[in-house]
Structure formats: C-alpha cells, structure tokens
Design a protein around this ligand. Structure first.
Ligand code: FAD
Ligand code: NAD
Length: 478
C-alpha cells in the first residue's frame, strides 16, 4: 500500500541519487510538478560537512548540522518519492537503477529496481586509502556523522585508558599520540579542533594527560593546505607551531598497524628513512576515491574510458557518452575542485535547466495544439488571432531554450585552523585577498552559520557554540 498518488504517466521520471550538497541544492530549486521525482540515498538527511570537524570534539553536536530529508521534501510543491537505499548499479541501456536497503531492519523486499527517464548521479565520493595496508582496519575517516562520533569516542577512550592504573609511560605516550594523516583542509581543520579541545577542556578535566597529549599532522607533500596561497600556508604552519601541533611534511605513510604507522621521509643526508610512529588515535584524511556504483557506470560507457577521478561531464553536466544522465558534485569531473561550493552551484544550475526543459516541452505542446487550431479556425480573422498567439509562443520558446552552459563562480576558500583563527582566500576584483587570524575566524563563523541548511540548524549551531564555551565540551564516552 502506498499513501502517495501513483506517478503521473504524462510526466518523465527523474531519479536523483544522493542527499548531499549536489542533490539537495538541485532539489531545493527544482519545480517538482514537472517530473515524477524519485530520490534514492542511504542517508535520510542532508549533512552540512563544513562543520563536521567541530563534531569530532563536541564543539558542535552532530544533529545540529543534519537536516532530515523528509522534512525538506514535504514542503515541495508536488510530492517526491524517497527511498532510503543504496544504488548498487545503474544499467544505462535498460534505464534502470538497482537499489538495496542496507539498514539494520529489512522488510521482505530489500532490493529492487527503479526505472528512470532522466537520472542525476550525486553520490559523492569514498575515502581514498591508495590501497595502503591497514588503513581501513585501524584508521578512522572523517566524512560522515558516524565517523565524527567514532573519533569523539576514540579520543576519550585513549584519554581514559592512558590514565588506567599502572599504565606504562611509553604506552601512555602512545595512547595520547593523536595522528592525522593528510594535510588538506579536512586534516588541518580536525587537528586544529582537537588541539582546541585539549587546550580548553581536556587538560583541565584530566590534568594527568597534560604532559603526554600530542597532535601530529602527517603530509606527503612539502606543505599543508596546497590549495591556499603561500602566505596562508606559512600562517597555518606558524599557528600550528604555536599551538604545539607537530607538522611532518614530506612524510608518506606506507603501512598502518594497530599501534603504529610506518612512514617514509627523507633524512638530512637525502636518503629515505622508514620510521615507526606509535599512535592511539589515527584519523585518515587523504582525499577522495570513486564509489563502486560510479566505477561500474564508467565501465559501461566507452566515452568514459579515460575517466579516473569521476564521471567526465560536458559543460551542461551531461555524463559523456549518455543523453539522459547528469552528474554533480564529487562524483563528477568538470575541472573544478571537489568542494561543497562546486556541488551546490552545479545542483542549482541543473534545477534551473530542468525547469527550463519542462517549460520548453510545455510550449512545444501548446504550439502543436495551436497549429491544428489554426488550420481549423473559421475565417481569416480567427486564423490571424491564432497566428499571433503562435508568434508570441515561438518568441518565448526561443528565450526559454537559451540555456547557457554551467559556469562555476569561486567565492573563496575558508578553513578553520584552531585557537580561534581561520584562513581565507577570497577573490577580490582582479586579484586575491588572503587573510588569516581571529577576525577571519569571525568571518568564517558568520559565513558558515549563514550557509547552514535551515534556520533550525543555524540556531542549533549558535547554541552549541555558546554551550561549549560556557560549560566546556562534553567528554562523556557513549
Ligand atoms: P556528498 O555531500 O558527500 O553527498 C553524497 C550523497 O550520496 C550522500 O547523501 C550519500 O549518502 C549518498 N550516497 C552515497 N552512496 C550512494 C549510493 N550508492 N546510492 C545513492 N546515494 C548514495 N567543501 C567546501 O566547499 N567547504 C568546506 O568547508 C568543506 N568542508 C568539508 C569538511 C569535511 C570534513 C569534508 C569531509 C568535506 C568538506 N568539504 C567542504 C567538501 C564537501 O563536503 C564535498 O565536496 C561535498 O559534500 C560534495 O557534495 P556531493 O553532493 O557530491 O557529495
Ligand atoms: P585533500 O585531497 O585536499 O588532501 C589530502 C592530502 O593527503 C593531500 O595533501 C595529500 O598529499 C595527502 N596524502 C595522500 N596520501 C598520503 C599519505 N600516504 N601519507 C601522507 N599524506 C598523504 O583531502 P581533504 O582534505 O579530505 O579534502 C577533500 C576535498 O574536500 C578537497 O577538495 C577540499 O578542498 C574539500 N574540503 C574543503 C574544506 C574547506 O574548504 N574548508 C574542508 C574540508 C574539505
């Protein structure tokens, strides 16, 4: 039994995969009356990822940056079907998506097919491990809410275990060594948040750990934050030094075991050195990799033979080698960085295009009706009247059909680096405005609060900031 009306056979079925930045910004602007819209995602909420690093230490509670997709969809003009499921395979030839319910509770049916006329792939990306042994078994990622919760628990577990009676001093050091691999913005923001947590709360609440708690950031390249301007890289490295976060650049992790990582760096004599670094917590933030469903679609399309980093799309975000499949966000390769900013702009552009496409078909249908009416019109006067109507419609058809290709507008890069400081690279007239410090931090805060999904999220985030400032972050392990 279904409490929603059956799909309208006169409309095309538009299937959207994902409830992340790309898919949700498409849904926000899409006129759902024009299509039978179906959304498939294993996550029944939208997640505001820029504030996820703050959830790992309890500066912000995770539910404050989540927005239930059901709540958002119920406000759309026409009903939208939502299936909490994972798309396992897209059969391009048959125009079918195979989906399965991977949640704990399963009904009699837990896998099925969803046919589509048009498909938008917005499934994001997986965590890259580059096949390095031990990463999946022993490291923690930072992409989803569950990851942030696991990190938060592990930090506390390490702290409490290190204070266990009769613990050996070396073991205490190991347990309190927090290692972050990957000096991109995810790794840097997490390291900053963690050091803040230690400075403002942990060392007051568990003074025993003060001498041994240490955060190390490991990066294979010569510097962290490669996408930021040189002066901000220097500023970040200087701030980390003041905060006593150790940065190990030109250090490539090769292997991970339960208690140490093995990293290769170049010694003072220019020779490669392999070193064992013991750790209690390991957070792995080395960027993105393809999801299996995307890899499989790439393999079905000869035009995607050279695609390595994602689905190659043209300037209209159409997946190359297809006519009715579009891709947005981290799973698409359109020569832009895999950021929320890009995904959101792509989704919004696609919504406008789909709305225009629907208008075009509507006008074309009306034109067909009018030309029949013109033939049947009794007398010249009536025919002329219909002819005028046709001319007006043709004019609006030309206007509506003019869809300019997607163009990304970069509004700047922002990152939190800890101790109430942030860095920002903002396009400024002809050049770039690079700024770092406490003022930038207030700008970072206000920018991210204003970008939150809903007023509810905005209020919750602000309340969390006040709460953690006044009462300290909650260190309970759940
Ligand atoms: P996502 O937002 O990841 O969404 C993918 C969706 O697809 C999810 O709903 C997922 O559940 C769903 N899905 C997954 N597999 C399937 C499947 N098989 N079938 C159906 N659905 C599926 N970018 C910025 O611009 N600024 C920032 O400050 C910033 N901070 C970040 C902080 C962190 C910690 C992280 C991890 C990323 C950050 N990013 C930031 C990057 C940004 O989050 C991504 O670029 C953005 O989420 C990409 O949007 P997307 O829609 O492609 O993917
Ligand atoms: P990233 O790809 O930006 O950085 C990963 C880093 O890991 C690289 O610098 C790489 O050299 C390093 N690395 C890879 N393998 C390694 C190894 N074996 N040992 C040591 N270092 C290794 O990844 P990210 O930080 O997760 O970001 C992913 C995307 O999300 C990026 O596009 C980023 O811009 C975006 N993002 C943006 C923000 C922001 O704007 N504040 C925050 C988080 C993420």
């Amino acid at each position: 039994p279904d409490d929603q009306p059956p799909p309208d056979p006169s409309k095309k079925t538009l299937v959207i995969l994902g409830t992340g930045w790309g898919a949700v910004s498409l849904l926000k602007k899409l006129d759902t009356e024009n299509y039978n819209v179906v959304v498939v995602s294993p996550r029944n909420y939208f997640l505001f990822t820029p504030l996820l690093p703050s959830c790992t230490v309890g500066t912000i509670e995770h539910r404050s940056i989540m927005e239930p997709i059901r709540n958002f969809l119920r406000h759309k003009k026409a009903s939208v079907k939502f299936y909490e499921a994972e798309a396992n395979k897209i059969d391009y030839e048959k125009k079918i998506v195979y989906i399965s319910d991977d949640s704990d509770i399963k009904g009699d049916v837990s896998s099925t097919e969803v046919p589509f006329d048009m498909l938008v792939v917005g499934v994001g990306a997986e965590n890259a491990t580059f096949g390095i042994p031990g990463v999946r078994e022993h490291g923690l990622f930072l992409k989803e809410v569950g990851d942030a919760q696991r990190i938060r628990n592990r930090i506390m577990d390490c702290c409490e275990t290190s204070t266990f009676k009769d613990q050996d001093p070396d073991e205490i050091k190991r347990l309190l060594h927090m290692v972050v691999v990957g000096g991109g913005p995810t790794g840097v923001e997490f390291a900053g948040e963690l050091q803040d947590f230690f400075n403002s709360d942990l060392k007051k609440w568990i003074p025993d750990i003060t001498d041994s708690f240490k955060v190390t950031l490991v990066e294979a390249l010569p510097n962290v934050l490669p996408m930021f301007s040189k002066q901000l890289i220097d500023y970040t490295e200087k701030t980390f030094k003041e905060e006593t976060i150790t940065i190990r650049t030109k250090t490539m992790v090769k292997r991970v075991t339960e208690k140490f990582i093995e990293a290769e760096s170049v010694g003072p004599d220019g020779k490669k050195v392999l070193e064992k670094i013991p750790y209690g917590l390991l957070v792995w933030a080395t960027g993105n990799a393809l999801r299996p469903v995307v890899k499989d679609l790439i393999n079905q399309l000869p035009a995607q033979a050279d695609s390595r980093r994602g689905l190659a799309v043209n300037e209209y975000l159409v997946v190359k080698g297809t006519e009715n499949v579009w891709a947005v966000g981290d799973c698409a390769v359109a020569n832009y960085a895999p950021t929320a900013q890009v995904a959101a702009q792509e989704g919004a552009w696609l919504a406008r295009m789909f709305n225009q496409m629907a208008k075009t078909s509507e006008i074309q249908e009306k034109l067909g009706e009018l030309s029949i009416a013109q033939e049947k019109a009794p007398g010249k006067e009536a025919r002329d009247k219909v002819f005028d109507e046709i001319k007006d419609l043709q004019k609006s058809l030309r206007r509506v059909k003019q869809i300019s290709p997607f163009e990304y507008t970069h509004n700047g890069s922002l990152a939190y680096i800890g101790s109430d400081k942030a860095v920002a690279d903002i396009p400024w007239f002809v050049g770039n405005f690079a700024t770092g410090g406490t003022l930038t931090y207030f700008f970072w805060r206000s920018a991210y609060v204003s970008m939150c999904f809903s007023t509810r999220n905005r209020i919750l985030v602000c309340v969390d900031w006040v709460k953690s400032k006044v009462f300290g972050r909650d260190v309970s392990r759940v």
